[in-house]
Write a protein that binds this ligand. Structure first.
Ligand code: SF4
Length: 397
């Protein structure tokens, strides 16, 4: 009997394909709507001129849609294969492309979007990016990343990173993801210490066959290098759309924005990319309207998340976003709905109060308080019935 034939209706969908690497600008990934070209803006910031040029390049060489990734990278979608070289030339002129694929992959540094010039976060991130770019002997797994989060409030605790530089109760610390122990550091020693910890990860067998994450290595019970001492972790904080001391946070529906709206926002101020599917308009407080952005934290669109789905993602079993959009007003203010085109759950890898995972075109399993691949409480719900009777999501069986 084949695996497909032995599958029962309540079983989670088959394992989706895992690539184990992330697209970059120099190594784009093919998707259902063309190439995805990921731009890793230096220090997560685009000047007004850079942002407006990126918008123009997206319209010229792609489908004019831009995604903001969970690691604060900008993804240009629908890029035509034959236009990739010209796009890279354009991005290079803007200072948004690394010299080679290796440097682009290593420079996977996320920093708190609220950094100020010459503060600890800014200095350490600059230093770390420079060291990583030069460290051509360091071959880290594709998704291995660093987070620099040294402001007064921890902002990146919920964002994936393997090596973290943050502020502990006694000062700056370097911390391997998965442990609350940290190595005391200073802003001058942080970058070297981070590279040493990355090398320790590789030497300790953290990446057999080139894949692996720090959290898994720590969970194996390995002894940390000398100097990592117990320290109290501070609870993370996640800001809402609207004004913040550093500027104005503009949320993007499904983390996506069209090039025209992107340029419209950039007309007001330089843009900082955040890992929260929001753009920070540097130094702006009010007076911005843009149909492609959300400034009200109570907007129902913020209660739903959905991945690209079909036809944009080749692995998708169904379209996702229109269904999420249609159901948004039915989701209680204290709840969240995640609509996933397959069991991979890219748009929300953790558990959500409500998850609809596609099993076929416009057919979904419902999972409560779980992840996209978890066992459903209801199976084979069709999108039409969900739109007609959204209570299906919350009603007891
Ligand atoms: S979760 Fe969505 S975006 Fe991710 S692989 Fe599945 S269909 Fe594609």
């Amino acid at each position: 009997m084949t695996a497909a034939a032995s599958k029962k209706p309540g079983d989670p969908p088959a394992d989706p394909k895992v690539y184990g690497w992330c697209p970059g600008a120099l190594r784009p990934m093919m998707s259902g709507d063309g190439l995805v070209v990921r731009v890793r803006a230096p220090l997560g910031r685009l000047s007004q001129e850079q942002a407006q040029s990126v918008a123009r390049l997206s319209q010229k060489h792609g489908n004019g849609l831009l995604d903001l990734s969970a690691r604060a990278n900008l993804q240009m979608r629908g890029i035509r294969e034959q236009a990739h070289r010209r796009l890279i030339d354009g991005l290079r002129e803007l200072g948004l492309v690394d010299d080679d694929i290796g440097a682009e992959a290593r420079r996977n540094v996320l920093l708190t979007p609220f950094w100020t010039p010459d503060d600890d976060t800014h200095r350490i991130a600059q230093d770390l990016c420079q060291r990583l770019t030069q460290a051509s002997d360091l071959t880290l797994p594709g998704k291995f990343g660093f987070a620099v989060d040294c402001g007064p409030l921890p902002l990146l605790q919920d964002t994936a990173a393997d090596i973290r530089i943050e502020r502990g109760s006694e000062g700056l610390i370097l911390r391997a993801d998965g442990t609350d122990k940290g190595l005391p550091i200073t802003s001058a020693t942080a970058a070297d210490a981070a590279l040493d910890l990355a090398r320790w990860f590789l030497k300790s067998g953290g990446a057999p066959s080139g894949r692996g994450r720090m959290k898994a290595l720590i969970a194996s019970g390995i002894t940390l290098p000398r100097g990592h001492v117990a320290g109290a972790l501070r609870a993370g904080f996640r800001p809402a759309p609207g004004p913040v001391p550093a500027g104005l946070l503009a949320a993007l529906e499904f983390g996506q924005i069209d090039a025209e709206s992107f340029a419209q926002l950039a007309a007001h101020a330089p843009l900082r990319l955040t890992p929260w599917r929001m753009l920070l308009l540097e130094g702006v407080s009010t007076g911005v309207t843009c149909s492609g952005a959300i400034f009200d934290p109570a907007d129902p669109r913020l209660r739903v998340t959905a991945c690209t789905g079909a036809p944009g993602c080749p692995q998708a079993l169904s379209p996702t976003r229109q269904l999420a959009r249609d159901l948004a007003h039915s989701i209680p203010a204290d709840s969240k709905l995640h609509v996933s085109g397959c069991a991979k759950g890219c748009a929300h890898p953790g558990p959500a109060p409500l998850t609809l995972t596609a099993t076929a075109r416009n057919r979904f399993n419902l999972i409560r308080n779980g992840k996209a691949a978890d066992r459903p409480v209801k199976t084979d719900l069709n999108a039409f019935a969900l739109r007609q009777t959204p209570d299906l999501l919350t009603a007891k069986d």
